[in-house]
Every structure is written in C-alpha cells, then in structure tokens.
Design a binder for this molecule. Structure first.
Ligand code: AHR
Length: 489
C-alpha cells in the first residue's frame, strides 16, 4: 500500500532554528583528545593543534553551535586549569570518564579557536554542581570583556587581545544526577542565584540555559518552569535511544531485525517526550519564549569490545542513520518550541559523526544524514499531514519532514524504516506548483552496514532519481532501510 501525505507548501509559519543541527563535544574518551585535539607538535596535520582532516569534514556540515566541555565533565571542570602555558596547566583526574589524566591542554582558548575555525557559536556549559558563582563570573569576564579587568588582562597575557563572542551558556548539567543529585526545588533556587551573576559585557545578552529533565521526568520541568521560568531563555532535555537496558544496552553492530525495530521505536519516542515537556512549558510560557534545548540525544550502545568502558566508544551503522533521520524529523516538527539540539557526541563517543584511529578518520552514516539535512537549517517548517502510512511492528514505515528555504526550494527528508521493503510514497503538493525533483539517498546492503578504517566508503550518499511529480503528486519509490533528501524546485 502507498504511504500518503499532504504538504501545504504555502502554509508554513515556524522557522527551523539552525541550532537544531548542533553538536556536543565533551572531555570524554577520545572525543576531545585524539578526535579533535592532537596538539601543536603532532605529526597529524593540524591547525593550532586541531586535526585538519576532522576540521575539513566538519566544515561540510556547517555546524551552527557546539556545546562544551560536558556533560558530567563540566560539573568538575575548573576553567582556570585550562589556560596559560601548556607546561603549567594542571594535570587532573577525569573522575567521570575512565579516571584518566586530563592535562588541560584543550581549554578555553582552544575551544573558542575551534569554534572560530568551524564558524559556529560556542555553547559553554558552566560548572554549577562543583563550582562557584565567582568562578563562573570570572570565566564570562575572561571570554567577553573588552576593557581593563583582572580577567580581561589575563586573557591578553595569554595571547588573546580581543574578547570572543559568547552567545550560549548552560548553568549546570544533569543536576538531578552527576551534577549534584539535586531536587528540582533546590536546583531551581541555585539556578536563580547563578543566573543573576551572568553579566552581559557585549551588545547581545547571553542566552541562559537551565538544566532540564531527562526522558519522561516532567516533574522536573514543572518545578523549573514554575520557579525559574522567567529567569531563563532555554531549558534543556536529555534523551538517549537505548535499545535494551542501561546495564546491557545492546551491541552497536551485532543486532537482528527485531533490535533494529526496537531501536527505531525508541528513537520515535522522542516525539512523545518532547510533547510532554512542551505541554508543561506551554502552561507557564504560552508565548513560547523559552526554548526547549535538547542538548544531549543519540543512540547509546555497549562500548566496542576491547575498548575502555569509560570512553563510550561505539561504531555507527545504517541503523544510526535512521535514528538520526527520525530524530531530526521530529525535532523539526517541534521547531516552535525546540530552539536547539546537540547530538552526543561529535567524535569517537556515542553517536558520532566522525571516528578516528590515530591518523585515520571515517565519516559515519550519521555524518551523511546531517549533511543531507542541513538543507532544513533556518528554513520554514511545512507540517505534513499523514493520510495513510504502512505500519511495521506498530511503527510507521515512512517518516518525513519538509521545509521551504529563502529561495523557495522545498526540501523533504524521508526515512524508510522497513528493514526489507521498498516504500511507495505519494505526497500531495498543495498551494504551489513544483515540477523538478532532485535527490540524494543513504542506504546500504545490510542493516548493520558501516564505515570502517579499512573500508571507509561502505555507506555514503548517492544521487537519487526514483522520484517524480505527476499531476501535483510527488511519487517516490524509496528503498528499504534508507534516508533520503528530495529538493523540489
Ligand atoms: O554524553 C555522555 C553523558 O551522558 C554526559 O556526560 C551526561 O550529561 C549524560 O549522562
């Protein structure tokens, strides 16, 4: 049976904030060290210590915003340990992630240089659980103040004359857990206190993000919105797609069709989770001023056999491309409330877009999804009406999202969740005439196909021609287990 949708091309009103396509880099495993930072003396070609191959690959994604330094790491991070001459930087224990030595070589200057090289906005998560208000204040002064002050002077001594632009800060991370095991009532008060001392030294005020809930914990959202909603610009939400249990999540590469569907079903749950939190936010903030910031999401499996359990290194298959495609479609559909999202994590940790092994690098299937989907950034969201859609195991076979960009081009991203059946898709295009379709597709032979260091191009996008428009209906024959982007001109 055909999967039928209607798109009213003239009825879009909300903008898909490009920050929904954001990323997250934590001092965890080989994300920052090895994945991004190799150091000034490395034999791996680099720019100011940041590896060139990864930089070039990431530039193609037009990353809008990058969150750093954690995660749980942020709640034990003391920024002053990470500035000044390298030989004097404190060597500390990364207590959350593998208890390895953190030499603090990648600190404030290095992170902000990375953001400048990528052309993205920095999103710094400050230490609320294990830090102090003074430490936070001084960090903001160090980064943003363009006058004479102890911190601005210190920044200049450390080689940076002009301040950086800092738009986003997060006040704590998972303060219900690794960030202090706080109750929402207590955290709401702490948030109110900390945010008071976020001083604006630049013309654009800093956008303040409060620590939000994870999964279905709507009580946290209720308390935060009620007690502190008026003091925040954003409230975070974390949701990870974990196929089985937290104790035994399942393998990233060795899974069967049942686990394929189970994983996709869990990815689809993002829709219901956002709806639940957004409903509470609507009660306190009907104008939708406060953004829901989904600053950690992605698939989380058991680590690759033989790797450090504290490093969260996992491979990335075609299944992850579907998780990314579905999730990004869902985030687009909530763009009236979701103002930013950050997949976890950028390189070598959880659902990464890039994997590295010494001097080698591969782009994962998830990378190609982000590359196809960037067409939605800052475009006007076009809601899709579902007329009829095939069900497999109670989940839809076809999942779509559409937007119209400033030039009038319509981009439609489509996922076929079926592991083995082609999907016939008919989309009734109303409100505007379109005649030309071009497209790209990501699929592969197996549900667990992946890119390895030996075979780095097993899964990559190809041109897609199985779509045409007839009498105002876009007709697509979408191969099983695929993610595609169609552009209508
Ligand atoms: O992304 C890995 C970890 O997951 C983060 O540090 C933490 O915030 C979350 O629990």
């Amino acid at each position: 049976m055909e999967n039928k949708f209607v798109l009213n091309l003239d009825l879009g009103k909300d903008k898909i904030n490009k920050n929904i396509y954001g990323h997250f880099a934590e001092h965890l495993g080989r994300c920052v060290y090895e994945g991004l930072w190799v150091g000034l003396d490395s034999e791996i070609p680099n720019t100011h210590g940041i590896r060139n191959d990864v930089l070039e690959a990431l530039k193609e994604l037009s990353i809008p915003v990058l969150r750093w330094p954690g995660g749980c790491f942020a709640e034990e991070y003391h920024w002053k340990d990470g500035v000044g001459p390298y030989e004097k930087r404190k060597r500390m224990v990364n207590a959350n992630w593998g208890k390895v030595v953190e030499n603090n070589h990648f600190g404030t200057h290095e992170f902000l240089t990375l953001c400048e090289l990528l052309g993205c906005e920095p999103y710094i998560n400050i230490n609320l659980g294990g830090g102090t208000v003074q430490e936070m204040q001084e960090w903001i002064e160090y980064i943003t103040f363009d006058g004479e002050s102890p911190m601005a002077n210190w920044r200049k001594e450390n080689g940076r004359e002009k301040p950086w632009k800092l738009k986003y800060i997060g006040l704590g991370n998972e303060n219900w857990g690794c960030g202090g095991n706080m109750r929402p009532e207590y955290y709401a008060d702490e948030y109110r206190r900390y945010q008071t001392f976020v001083r604006n030294y630049q013309s654009t005020p800093i956008y303040k993000i409060a620590c939000g809930a994870s999964d279905y914990n709507t009580y946290w959202t209720e308390v935060l919105m009620r007690e502190a909603g008026r003091f925040m610009d954003g409230l975070s939400l974390h949701y990870y797609t974990v196929p089985h249990t937290w104790e035994d999540k399942g393998s990233a590469t060795d899974f069967n069709e049942d686990e394929w569907y189970l994983t996709l079903k869990k990815a689809l749950a993002m829709d219901e989770i956002i709806q639940k939190h957004a409903t509470i936010m609507d009660k306190y903030d009907p104008q939708k001023r406060v953004g829901l910031i989904v600053d950690e999401w992605g698939a989380w499996y058991n680590v690759e056999p033989g790797t450090n359990p504290g490093f969260l290194y996992q491979q990335n298959t075609l299944r992850d491309a579907l998780v990314a495609g579905i999730t990004l479609n869902i985030l687009n559909s909530h763009c009236d409330r979701v103002h930013m999202a950050n997949i976890a994590q950028l390189v070598n940790v959880l659902q990464s877009v890039i994997l590295t092994d010494k001097e080698k690098m591969v782009k994962t299937p998830t990378y190609y999804v982000f590359k196809m989907y960037k067409a939605h950034m800052d475009a006007t969201y076009i809601p899709a009406e579902v007329i009829s859609v095939n069900k497999i195991d109670n989940i839809p076979q076809i999942h779509i999202s559409a937007s119209k960009n400033g030039a009038g081009d319509v981009n439609i991203t489509i996922c076929n969740l079926s592991a083995d059946s082609e999907g016939q898709v008919h989309i009734d295009l109303r409100g505007e005439e379109k005649s030309k379709v071009t497209g790209e597709i990501l699929t592969a032979q197996h549900i667990n196909s992946r890119n390895t260091f030996e075979n780095p191009r097993e899964v990559e996008t190809k041109e897609f021609n199985e779509a045409y428009i007839e009498n105002g209906i876009l007709k697509v024959a979408l191969p099983a287990k695929s993610v595609a982007r169609l552009t209508l001109g």
